[in-house]
Write a protein that binds this ligand. Structure first.
Ligand code: SAM
Length: 406
């Protein structure tokens, strides 16, 4: 496969949108050495992209980018390439690089396509093709990116009682937060709390059991911590303390503080750059004999696999996700006894059905899908280790409970 220099002048609108100056871009014809902060860019012929094996793509492009972010320019109109070619490119570059956006250039203008939506730059352009934007995994999962992303999206993760999907949002947090019995827990920690709903559900169980639980919660995003603390108080959990921090160096328990009776970490490890270090941090927060509930996106789900095989863009957490056996192995290696593990949240096509059906057909449809989800999750939890192989693929998320050995 031949890598050539892309027409940087013709890509000006996209480069300006990326806040890149041509002098910061290293191409196959650049003779100068890469400097800190430089980006690499190359052109690949569309036919070569189609024919190249994933190994060839990986070797050639990663060797060229040499650890720097990469732009790949492919000539041809946006609809002239099958999306499976883009998927192949993405899979070949992961985990060194992650594709976060495509810019489609044509006579009509320049369109930026990201998972969050499309944006027309409204600049007509003399050539047609696609510029693929690949960031380094380290940068995409960096502390700064994480804080900025979740500060900006905190409202969405908090959920909105007036919107379709609210009942489902709350049920999932309740299912995970109460996956083990929190009734005996006096000290509860929500590890990567987001808006705090899992920890709140666990604390409400403890409260109903006659305790006055202390709820600690932390998240990298200050806005998430603010919302979670506020949500806890509004739910009647008054002894709550929030801090900012990351899973690999959790801010709870600080020196002199006791570890926790019940720790829940839901939907977080897929954002961690290093699952082993994250698991080290998680293990430190649980007291001997205490309970850990650990859950996240299921790497083995039908939906995740389908998106990875066919879609041009896939969320980084789906690229970085674990499955239940790997999560179990991580915690067993750190002195935890596995108690129970199962799956929830029916996979493709259920999320799409729920999304469109509830909007078009009304709230009853949302209740129907929620009922199916609740029944399927309860059945999988009952079956636990006896489930048939392949069953895990039916679900988008896994969850497991552990006890820390004394
Ligand atoms: C998908 S949300 C889940 C939030 C919440 N646990 C829930 O289940 O609703 C992921 C959360 O993890 C946080 N997060 C991302 N990377 C993290 C890390 N390395 N350590 C701890 N939290 C992290 C994000 O800021 C975000 O609030």
């Amino acid at each position: 496969m031949n890598l050539t220099s892309p027409p940087l002048a013709a890509l000006e609108a996209a480069l300006a949108d990326l806040k890149l100056k041509p002098q910061h871009i290293r191409t196959p014809s650049t003779t100068t050495e890469a400097v800190e902060g430089s980006v690499t860019a190359c052109e690949v012929q569309a036919a070569e992209l189609s024919q190249a094996s994933p190994e060839e793509l990986r070797t050639r492009l990663l060797e060229f980018s040499a650890g720097a972010p990469l732009l790949v320019w492919v000539r041809g109109t946006a609809d002239s390439k099958p999306t499976t070619d883009w998927a192949k490119l993405r899979e070949a570059l992961w985990p060194s690089l992650h594709i976060s956006a495509h810019y489609h250039l044509s006579q009509q203008g320049v369109r930026r396509v990201e998972l969050g939506g499309t944006h027309d730059l409204r600049k007509a352009c003399g050539i047609a093709g696609t510029l693929v934007v690949c960031g380094t995994r380290d940068k995409v999962l960096s502390p700064e990116t994480t804080v900025a992303k979740f500060d900006a999206n905190a409202k969405g993760w908090d959920g909105d009682p007036s919107q379709p999907g609210w009942a489902h949002h709350r049920w999932m947090r309740q299912f995970v937060g109460c996956y083990a019995d929190a009734g005996h827990a006096a000290r509860i920690l929500d590890f990567g709390s987001g808006a705090g709903w899992c920890g709140i559900e666990a604390a409400l169980v403890a409260k109903r059991a006659g305790r006055t639980p202390h709820l600690a919660l932390f998240d990298p995003s200050p806005e998430m911590v603010r919302r979670a603390t506020e949500n806890a108080r509004a739910a009647g959990i008054h002894d709550v303390e929030g801090r900012t921090g990351f899973g690999d160096a959790p801010p709870f328990p600080a020196q002199g503080e006791a570890p926790y009776d019940y720790v829940v970490s839901s939907g977080v490890v897929s954002f961690a750059p290093d699952a082993e270090r994250f698991a080290d941090g998680l293990a430190r927060t649980v007291r001997a004999g205490g309970t850990l509930v650990f859950g996240d996106v299921n790497a083995a789900s039908r939906g995740v696999r389908k998106r990875r095989a066919t879609q041009a863009l896939v969320a980084v957490r789906e690229m970085n996700a674990l499955d239940l056996p790997r999560a179990r192995a991580l915690m067993e290696a750190r002195g935890f006894r596995f108690v129970q593990g199962s799956h929830y949240q029916l996979s493709d096509p259920w999320p799409q059905l729920a999304h469109h059906g509830e909007r078009r057909l009304g709230a009853w449809f949302g209740r129907f899908v929620l009922g199916r989800n609740q029944a399927a999750a309860a059945r999988d939890k009952r079956q636990s280790d006896q489930r048939a192989s392949g069953e895990a693929a039916r679900f988008d998320s896994w969850v497991a409970s552990f006890v820390k050995n004394s």
